[in-house]
Design a binder for this molecule. Structure first.
Ligand code: UD1
Ligand code: CA
Length: 429
């Protein structure tokens, strides 16, 4: 779709119920910030040309995260925080004169997908609406704003729980907090907002009534899967969202032909690609961005920390940790090893307990290890990076390798073995 939109992401709120010093939107699932999921979903639509993130609570930390990771996002400070309408208003000056559509969403809803956002924008544009609100149906709508309709079923208003009449509280269609509006037509509503409500806040939801009052078309778009609107307000909800996300990923991978022996104890991040016929054994934790080929075996009890690329027929066994490493076909890292910042060729065998020592904790620098095709490391060897182990080279068990080992050579650091006869008798007189 050609249409370009701009977005406002509300992320200034305190998040009191998280009971945390940290901003709510900087809490993570699979080591990725909640706000990052929202920004990625927005960017993955391919429609967002500019994003405004409204920051307030822990503004500096949130702004640092946004500017470091997103080129097309700018932060705008909301201080003090006077409500969602007041929050969105902080981008008003920036958007002056913009003649397109503005998508408004919250920074604490990491389960929203790009596909849904695209459908939402399309429903708005194809119906020529001035304002479209994303709604969802919940058996228990407690705490959400309710979608109020007139006798003909047309959208009339959004009423917050705290302002709702008893009859309105029974409404199961709720406001997800995602809106798209034609900026030119609807933005004047921001200048007329009042805080005349139970919470004495400027409610963004008031734009619905305003739009209708001005004879413009306002509609709701009902979310097919209400899980996508799941907002995080507490640590409990953070854990619930992580579980929903993980199950979503596992379902997708299972459909694509990956074997997951025990979905209950397997955690795989949404940014991990795995090809068919790979088997993931129980108690495996995979976070960050990774690419795993076909016919691999991962786990049980393996941890992939991101930036991991595995070819085909690679084996990552129990109690193995891999970080930022490329490993080619038919290579085994079977047990109790750490491989970080490394490149491993094909048909490499990493003996149990091999460590790539990649980190200088004083200078905080990290160094690379390269292990070429067919090389092998004996059990309990340490490769002090930077180091290169050449093709067909072997590392003797128990060695500490602090230099390159050339192709076809044996690298060995080992005190000579002494055998002292009669030790038992000597020590048990
Ligand atoms: C809001 C909606 C409600 C909807 C619900 C969906 C309003 C008045 N109500 O309620 O209809 O069902 O979301 O989850 O909009 N924020 C700011 N600045 C502020 C206040 C909030 O940036 O001054 C941000 C928060 O960080 C959060 C978002 O806006 O990301 C929503 O705020 P929150 O206080 O959680 O709104 P709800 O009461 O849940
Ligand atoms: Ca909320």
């Amino acid at each position: 779709m050609e249409k370009k939109i701009k977005t406002i992401i509300l992320a200034a709120g305190k998040g009191t119920r998280m009971k945390s010093e940290k901003s709510k939107v900087l809490h993570t699932i699979f080591n990725k910030e909640l706000l990052g999921y929202v920004l990625d979903a927005v960017n993955d639509t391919g429609m967002a040309e500019e994003n405004f993130v409204i920051v307030g609570h822990q503004a500096e930390a949130v702004e640092e995260y946004v500017t470091k990771n997103y080129d097309n996002a700018k932060c705008r400070l909301q201080s003090p925080q006077l409500g969602t309408g007041h929050a969105a208003f902080q981008a008003y000056e920036d958007l002056k004169g913009f003649d397109g559509e503005v998508l408004i969403l919250c920074g604490d809803t990491p389960l929203v997908t790009a596909e849904t956002l695209k459908k939402f924008v399309e429903a708005h544009i194809s119906n020529n609406a001035a304002l479209t609100v994303m709604s969802a149906i919940f058996e228990d709508p407690t705490n959400y704003g309710r979608i109020v309709r007139d006798e003909n079923g047309n959208l009339k208003a959004i009423v917050e729980e705290k302002d709702a009449l008893d009859a309105q509280k029974k409404i199961k269609e709720i406001n997800t907090g995602v809106y798209i509006l034609n900026w030119e037509k609807v933005s004047p509503s921001f200048l007329e907002m009042t805080a005349d409500n139970a919470q004495h806040e400027y409610y963004l939801t008031d734009i619905v009534k305003w739009t209708i009052k001005h004879g413009l078309k306002a509609q709701s778009f009902i979310l097919e899967n209400n899980e996508e609107s799941f907002g995080i307000n507490s640590k409990k909800q953070l854990a619930q969202a992580a579980k929903i996300m993980k199950n979503r990923v596992l379902d997708k991978l299972l459909c694509e032909g990956v074997t997951i022996v025990d979905p209950d104890t397997t955690y795989i991040s949404p940014e991990t690609e795995i090809e068919a016929d790979t088997i993931v054994y129980p108690c495996t934790y995979i976070e960050g961005k990774n690419k795993i080929g076909k016919n691999c075996k991962i786990g049980p009890f393996a941890r992939l920390r991101g930036g991991v690329e595995l070819g085909d027929f690679v084996k990552i066994g129990n109690f193995v940790e891999i970080k930022k490493s490329k490993i080619k076909d038919h290579t085994n890292v079977s047990h109790l090893s750490y491989v970080g910042d490394s490149e491993l060729g094909s048909h490499v065998n990493i003996g149990a307990g091999t460590i790539t020592a990649n980190y200088n904790h004083i200078t905080k620098e990290k160094f690379n290890t390269v292990i070429e095709d067919n090389a092998s490391t004996g059990s309990n060897s340490v490769i002090v990076a930077p180091a290169r182990i050449g093709e067909n080279a072997s590392i003797g068990a128990g060695s500490v390798i602090s230099k390159d080992v050339e192709a076809n050579a044996l690298g060995l650091t080992r005190a000579p073995l002494r055998i002292i006869k009669g030790w038992f008798e000597r020590t048990n007189k």
